[in-house]
Design a protein around this ligand. Structure first.
Ligand SMILES: O=C(O)CCC(=O)C(=O)O
Ligand SMILES: [Fe+2]
Length: 399
């Protein structure tokens, strides 16, 4: 049975028009899926963050007032809702996120042994930075150094390069040396369309942001060409239902995203942002570097959540901010459901040198975002790998 998702009036049957896809979806009935059922409301007394809502349609129409609002937000917290209504790219995200979450649901339902066959970071040459694609099992990272508690969510990172590569035979496809589960491969067109839309939205926002700093938007677009190899991926995350009401049970530990800009779709509460902007792009202990408190981000129907990552801080020498955030299960009745999110991470191309752009609005003096170490000129590939190691990720020996 195909049910109506929460984010819009779209149904799966409208999105997937071919009978073959219909058959595939029906062959894998989804049980206990919260995505397509009525979601209970969050408790009313939670400390929430009042994020602003920006209209994608207005940004596409180059609305000056809307552009100015995005600029101000990105100099501050670096997090906002993006209303996706009224444009093809926005509709692709709104509709595609539900279908991608379903592909994730089928993937996570595989036996653990099979999922470990796709383990994240297993591909790559010895001594070279690993590609962060594939499966991360529950508990792979320490979420709380004081107690040793581990993270409780699993996720699957699906590489943009493999899904959007111009070839139809999956055997020609793995530009990234990774292989993909059937539930993902069968939906390659869905992933490709979603990735192109998310990437284009990222480019629209980054272009207008750097333009306001006196940088030709082409400078940022040339560092993020869709057809070039990059760490871009869709991440599908599944967090389990809350076990104990009084425990935080960290699904995704405190972090700032590594890349340039992130487009996030989620359905249940659980995401929290640190109340104060964090100015440090790289934190070795992964904890907030300014006093504050965790505030809940309430999912807003019809909207994505956009946030900047550390690469945007680096490119602008600290003018823009990457917001610190984490995920714990929602309190109250929402916490009884598994929690899914679908994220697109825009990352600089692998070979881009991570250094500040030049522009009237970008301070020229060198700033050290690496916690006191001498500033090295690293490629994006190496830089992101180091960020991942700093967050406590461990990787298996390369295959
Ligand atoms: O699941 C969410 O809502 C956020 C996930 C996240 O922050 C991440 O994967 O980087
Ligand atoms: Fe994140």
């Amino acid at each position: 049975m195909l049910r109506r998702p929460l984010t819009s009036g779209y149904t799966i049957s409208k999105y997937n028009t071919t009978s073959r896809k219909q058959h595939l979806l029906q062959a894998h009935p989804l049980h206990n899926s919260v995505l397509f059922n009525n979601i209970p409301t969050l408790p009313p007394d939670l400390p929430t963050v009042p994020l602003e809502t920006i209209s994608l349609s207005k940004l596409l129409a180059r609305d000056a007032e809307e552009q100015a609002r995005v600029f101000d937000i990105c100099k501050g917290r670096g997090f906002f809702y993006l209303d996706l209504a009224g444009s093809p790219a926005g509709e692709t995200i709104l509709h595609g996120a539900d279908a991608i979450a379903r592909a994730g649901e089928r993937t996570f339902a595989l036996p653990l042994e099979e999922k470990l066959g796709y383990i994240m970071g297993a591909t790559g040459a010895p001594g070279q930075p690993r590609q962060l694609f594939g499966y991360k099992k529950v508990g792979a990272t320490v979420a709380d150094k004081a107690t040793g508690a581990r993270d409780t969510a699993e996720f699957f990172n699906v590489a943009k390069d493999d899904m959007t590569a111009p070839c139809s035979d999956p055997a020609d496809m793995p530009r990234r040396g990774a292989s993909w589960p059937a539930a993902i491969l069968e939906q390659r067109e869905l992933f490709a369309g979603y990735m192109r839309a998310a990437h284009s939205i990222g480019m629209l926002i980054l272009g207008l942001l750097v333009d306001k700093l006196g940088v030709d938007p082409q400078e940022i677009w040339n560092r993020h060409r869709l057809e070039e190899l990059a760490g871009d991926h869709v991440r599908i995350t599944r967090g389990p239902p809350r076990d104990k009401e009084e425990m935080p049970e960290i699904q995704t530990p405190s972090h700032c995203d590594f890349g340039t800009i992130t487009l996030l779709m989620n359905w249940l509460g659980g995401l929290q942002v640190w109340s104060e902007s964090s100015r440090s792009a790289t934190l070795t202990d992964g904890q907030p570097d300014v006093p504050g408190e965790w505030l809940w981000v309430v999912p807003k129907p019809g909207c994505a959540i956009i946030n900047l990552g550390d690469a945007a801080v680096k490119f602008t020498n600290g003018v823009f901010c990457s917001g610190r955030h984490r995920v714990i299960p929602a309190p109250g009745p929402q916490g009884k459901f598994p929690r899914y999110s679908v994220v697109y991470f825009v990352r600089p191309e692998d070979n881009v040198i991570m250094e500040a752009l030049e522009g009237a609005g970008i301070p020229a003096e060198k700033k050290d975002f690496s916690g006191g170490e001498a500033e090295e000129k690293l490629t994006a590939c190496e830089w992101i790998y180091r960020q991942a190691l700093n967050l406590g990720n461990q990787f298996p020996d390369p295959k």
